[in-house]
Design a protein. Structure first.
Length: 332
């Protein structure tokens, strides 16, 4: 018999999440039986903390539910011939240390995953955030060689991949982030221009200086004031992929305008919101491309690893505050 630990949402977040909004519970798991559907026992090895959890918790969770999220887990016991003990899988079973599965919700790591590559990358660069960058850039922005691409929250899990894929695609890339360390990281990744939006005197001037001709593509992870300023610097027929709005997730009172209609009309812009699950039928294509680029050294990665399942809330809150460079994960 296994006692699993799980973090539950004790209280819906009001403004910024607090440690007191979470509760750590113990759950007794039954022994696996022959026959029936409970055929696999898994242990979480790495867990993901992501910005989407903040708005999704309000939309899809009740107080007392286990916090939503993805993990890389190892199969500890198996009565299912399709899954060997010791195999690693990715699944969405929330913030818990152990769980039982029938195997239908599990995705094995790609068979060509190199031993030298951290398995936690399946939660980041070669996982959902990487796929978000891949499909958002190629399918929503429809980026073309020679164009100029702007990405905000550029040192985060998604933004850092967006910039590198745009460079692979032959584009000029401008990124912004919230600290000088993050800006230095972007330069290391090969961004053509990068700046700290917290220290520039004028965001408008900083964007204009980075690309006087404007921007063909804007990959927006932030929303709010940044997006309101950036939209005025789009080129005619520019494309905007709205991936996230982290500047607004923790607002108790919704932000108001400026409004986008006038620049959208006169510049004939396209703006499209998206969620990466739209391309679930092409997941394998995206993962194979990302894995290949990582192995070849064309896409670099950085992980912010927090040790200890008991520190899940701290890692989540820190990520929302922008304390991470690259992907934030928790090692159990």
């Amino acid at each position: 018999m296994v006692i699993a630990k799980a973090w539950v949402l004790k209280k819906h977040f009001d403004g910024f999440p607090k440690n007191s909004d979470f509760d750590l519970k113990e759950i007794e798991l039954p022994n696996l039986k022959d026959g029936g559907e409970q055929k696999l026992l898994l242990a979480s090895v790495f867990l993901s903390v992501d910005p989407y959890m903040r708005p999704y918790s309000r939309r899809y969770m009740k107080e007392g539910d286990i916090m939503i999220g993805t993990q890389v887990a190892r199969i500890v016991e198996s009565k299912n011939p399709a899954f060997a003990v010791g195999a690693f899988v990715v699944c969405d079973r929330g913030w818990r240390t152990h769980f039982i599965s029938d195997g239908k919700d599990l995705q094995l790591l790609p068979s060509n995953w190199p031993e030298s590559l951290p398995k936690s990358l399946a939660l980041g660069t070669v996982g959902m955030p990487g796929l978000t960058a891949y499909f958002g850039l190629f399918e929503v922005c429809k980026m073309k060689p020679g164009e100029t691409v702007l990405v905000n929250a550029a040192a985060g899990a998604v933004g850092s991949v967006v910039g590198q894929l745009a460079k692979i695609g032959g584009c000029k890339v401008v990124g912004c982030a919230g600290s000088d360390d993050k800006v230095a990281y972007l330069k290391k990744l090969g961004f053509d221009e990068a700046f700290n939006y917290k220290t520039v005197k004028s965001l408008d001037e900083a964007l204009r200086k980075a690309s006087p001709d404007g921007y063909d593509c804007f990959f927006d992870n932030v929303g709010g004031e940044f997006a309101s300023v950036a939209i005025n610097q789009m080129k005619k027929y520019g494309r905007i992929a709205v991936c996230g709005a982290i500047s607004q997730y923790n607002d108790s009172v919704p932000q108001k305008g400026p409004y986008v209609q006038i620049p959208m009309i006169f510049k004939e812009l396209q703006m499209e919101g998206f969620i990466v699950s739209r391309w679930n039928n092409r997941r394998e294509e995206g993962l194979n491309a990302l894995l290949k680029w990582v192995v070849e050294g064309k896409v670099k990665y950085h992980e912010q690893v927090t040790e200890g399942f008991e520190n899940m809330p701290m890692a989540f809150i820190g990520m929302l505050k922008g304390e991470n460079i690259g992907k934030a994960v928790v090692k159990v």
